[in-house]
Design a protein around this ligand. Structure first.
Ligand SMILES: [Mg+2]
Length: 317
């Protein structure tokens, strides 16, 4: 298969949704016209086989996840996604694999008006680098540094499924229905509509490395602290059925790959945020002026707090 055939395939499927794509694939570089009065936000992410997804992941899931994780980063800025470029290294480019990869990329984009405006393919170990560009009105980005004492902390969807899915991946041939659900959340994370939260949320981040790590980034950038109720963390019915409380808590606090949004917002903005989203939004805690992250259970007992050595109990698994 010709090296640029994959890009041709992507272009044929995704290249012409937007009038503000002046030149997409087909020249030395793309030419895009940002909407008047808006600024662009740009993110790039590399997925490497064996590190970011299991080697035996189906091509369709690889294509899906590579796109979804980048669109999730745009969502965490509150941006409307608009353009992507794809650079793919693969040992061999088989037509069947490419078609499945393109199908997955299209699945992740869904009905969003996202054009692919560039790409490159090379021979090498399997890795995918995607750059995604979004736009938003000037000054409306949801920044990590914008959390304020008194804000509620809330997360979309459910946490912990992907971490459990990763655990069960090697045994997936014998997986129960609940385990298959968790595995599907790992393979095909749902990126959220962060643009709907512009003007409603203060700070936002997507949960890619685990709630503690990612909320920690918000607290550091905002120079504040938080208390989180670990019993309030939203868990899917599937995860509840197939895990005991302790491992579930660890998945929810430290497991990555869920790609849910963790936001902070004023208490009076909660109803608007829930109305703006097409998924559940669960309050899990509160931003406090005192730095540090303090974890409590539903009875108000301290579970764990961050210290200079990091997390004593919830450190990896
Ligand atoms: Mg992110």
């Amino acid at each position: 298969m010709r090296e640029f055939a994959l890009i041709d395939r992507l272009a044929a499927r995704l290249a012409s949704r937007r009038p503000d794509t002046r030149i997409g694939i087909g020249d030395d570089a793309a030419l895009i016209a940002p909407p008047a009065g808006e600024e662009l936000t740009i993110t790039t992410d590399t997925l490497i086989a064996g590190r970011h997804f299991p080697h035996d992941t189906p091509a369709r899931d690889v294509g899906y996840k590579a796109v979804a994780v980048n669109l999730s980063d745009l969502a965490a800025m509150g941006a409307t996604p608009a353009w992507i470029t794809i650079a793919l290294a693969a040992p061999a480019l088989e037509a069947q694999w490419c078609d499945a990869f393109v199908d997955g990329a299209c699945d992740a984009i869904g009905a969003s008006a996202v054009d692919i405006v560039g790409g490159d393919t090379t021979r090498g170990d399997l890795s995918i680098t995607i750059t995604a560009i979004g736009h938003l009105p000037v000054g409306t980005a949801l920044r990590r540094s914008a959390a304020q004492a008194g804000d509620l902390i809330a997360v979309t969807g459910t946490l912990g499924d992907a971490a459990h899915g990763l655990r069960r991946w090697p045994m997936r041939a014998r997986a129960t229905a609940d385990e298959r659900y968790c595995i599907s959340r790992l393979a095909r994370p749902q990126w959220r509509d962060g643009a709907a939260l512009r003007g409603i949320a203060h700070a936002a981040i997507d949960v890619s490395d685990g709630l503690l790590a990612d909320l920690g980034h918000v607290l550091a950038a905002s120079a504040c602290g938080a208390r989180v109720d670990v019993d309030a963390l939203p868990a899917s019915a599937a995860l509840r059925r197939c895990t005991a409380r302790e491992p579930r808590r660890e998945y929810q606090l430290t497991g990555g790959d869920d790609y849910e949004l963790c936001i902070t917002l004023a208490p009076e903005a909660l109803d608007r945020a829930r109305a703006a989203l097409d998924c559940p939004l669960t309050v899990i805690g509160e931003i406090e002026a005192e730095t540090g992250l303090r974890l409590f259970d539903a009875h108000g007992s301290s579970v764990c707090a961050s210290g200079p050595g990091g997390w004593d109990h919830f450190h990896g698994y």
